[in-house]
Design a protein around this ligand. Sequence first.
Ligand SMILES: Nc1ncnc2c1ncn2[C@@H]1O[C@H](COP(=O)(O)OP(=O)(O)OP(=O)(O)O)[C@@H](O)[C@H]1O
Ligand SMILES: [Mg+2]
Length: 246
Amino acid sequence: MFVLKDVCFSADGNSILKRITLSIKHGEIFVIMGLSGAGKSTILRLLNGLIRPDSGQILVDGTDISRASEKELRVIRRKVGMVFQSAALFDSLTVAENVGFAWRKDKISKKEMAEKVKEALALVGLADVEDKMPAELSGGMKKRVGLARAIAMRPQAILYDEPTSGLDPMTSNTILTLIKDLNQRLQVTSVVVTHDLAGAFKIADRVALLHEGEIVFVGTAAEMEQATIPLVKRFLTGGQAEQGGY
Ligand SMILES: Nc1ncnc2c1ncn2[C@@H]1O[C@H](COP(=O)(O)OP(=O)(O)OP(=O)(O)O)[C@@H](O)[C@H]1O
Ligand SMILES: [Mg+2]
């Protein structure tokens, strides 16, 4: 679904991603871990064309988006839904308006829109919240609404930036289960950025560890636990000792 070849990205003269080469398969749950500032969110932004690489190729379903026009990128963004860190809902819009945001310029009837919104909300386990404002929702509900907004377009892939940050362990667990459930039910490819090691291992088909803009490991959770690479071992022990701390 996604192929990155020698992708470099820099900002303000700082090299943020250094020759990233990575392939994410159709239908898998691919988790990206790494310390704060490693470049995880930057990878997600590259994958749905919010930013462009300085060099290298990014193929989304076979299309090289590093050179795509704005028009082509709009098509890609419909294929690749993004769930932003902190849900990023529009505070002045209702839940329904938030979920249906991507259709605001489309010619679809109010009734059809309401049905699509309701269906997306049902998929994340929410009902009768259409008219609420984001401020009236709990953190976990906001994350669900953010998720509903991403799946409403029926994307082929969903990118999640720290979907469980700021949630209590039980709510985190339900969100992770939901990610896994949606991955299967909608048959999407899921790319999840998280600091939550236990959660990552629970849902991931494969895990990548990013360190200072470079991929230092890609493999299954079991392979990661067996890895002898010093950076991986340090991340695993440090991650457990300071879970949720850094
Ligand atoms: N547009 C930008 N302009 C300048 N610096 C940027 C830009 N985008 C990212 N950076 C820098 O790139 C580095 C990686 O940022 P990124 O947000 O990808 O990290 P991250 O791994 O998601 O971190 P966190 O776990 O804290 O969310 C950081 O040092 C950040 O300050
Ligand atoms: Mg980030």
